[in-house]
Design a protein around this ligand. Structure first.
Ligand SMILES: *Cc1c(COP(=O)(O)O)cnc(C)c1O
Length: 221
């Protein structure tokens, strides 16, 4: 079994080395510890090691796991990194501090309405389907500018950045580079890219948020 505390320490030093190698400030990179499927016995030691930002991919799972922890530990930051369904938008806006998966007009509209209603505004990332894979969600690269414009100007949604999940069988760097280019073209500062296998490449290409799960918590069953 993995020791998440030792693994976290290792990931932090790898982030620092990758950042320095790219001439970047390590503090400009947020490690989102992806805790989906893992229980409190693994999450608590990681919190005790000063990790405060966590990622979950399902609203329902996050809703049962995190409120009890949030009641005990201040300043936890919860990020939704999985697909959002319309009927979960209300709960997502209540629970999450950031949503990385704004991936279609319908969800953007529902988020805009719910954010107005609750007066609570998570950071929002537009998910881009950089590999244009039919089974994967996200906005196609060539439609990203138009979609970001609609979010900003029509829906008044403050988009902070872009997110991608590269195809499994392709060079991740190509997709990270494309995402960085799209973000720059659209004046977006945040880039959610890079996971356990490729976060150092993502940092070299400008990632501000890396989403690392199994390299900290061990293999998911
Ligand atoms: C599960 C997941 C991760 C973390 O993956 P690891 O390979 O375990 O680091 C990152 N991003 C998304 C969108 C995920 O669903």
């Amino acid at each position: 079994m993995t020791d998440p505390v030792a693994a976290l320490r290792d990931i932090r030093s790898r982030i620092e080395i990758a950042a320095k190698g790219a001439g970047r400030d390590p503090a400009s990179i947020t490690l989102v510890a992806v805790s989906k499927t893992y229980g409190d016995e693994l999450i608590l030691p990681v919190i005790e090691s000063s990790q405060r930002v966590f990622g979950e991919n399902r609203v329902q799972e996050a809703k049962t796991k995190w409120p009890p922890l949030q009641a005990r530990i201040p300043n936890l930051e919860l990020h939704l990194i999985g697909p959002l369904q319309s009927n979960k938008v209300k709960e997502a806006v209540e629970l999450f501090d950031a949503i990385h998966t704004v991936d279609r007009p319908k969800i953007a509209e529902a988020l805009a309405a719910e954010i107005k209603r609750q007066g609570r505004s998570p950071k929002l990332f537009v998910q881009v389907n950089t590999g244009e894979e039919p089974q994967k969600s996200g906005i196609p690269p060539q439609m990203t500018a138009a979609f970001v414009n609609v979010c900003r100007n029509k829906l008044e949604l403050p988009i902070t950045g872009l997110m991608c999940i590269p195809p499994l069988d392709e060079e991740a760097a190509l997709h990270f580079g494309l995402l960085a280019k799209l973000a720059a073209e659209n004046g977006l500062e945040s880039l959610s890219m890079g996971m356990s296998e490729d976060f150092e490449t993502a940092i070299a290409l400008g990632a501000t948020h890396i989403r690392v799960g199994s390299a900290i918590f061990g293999a998911r069953s």
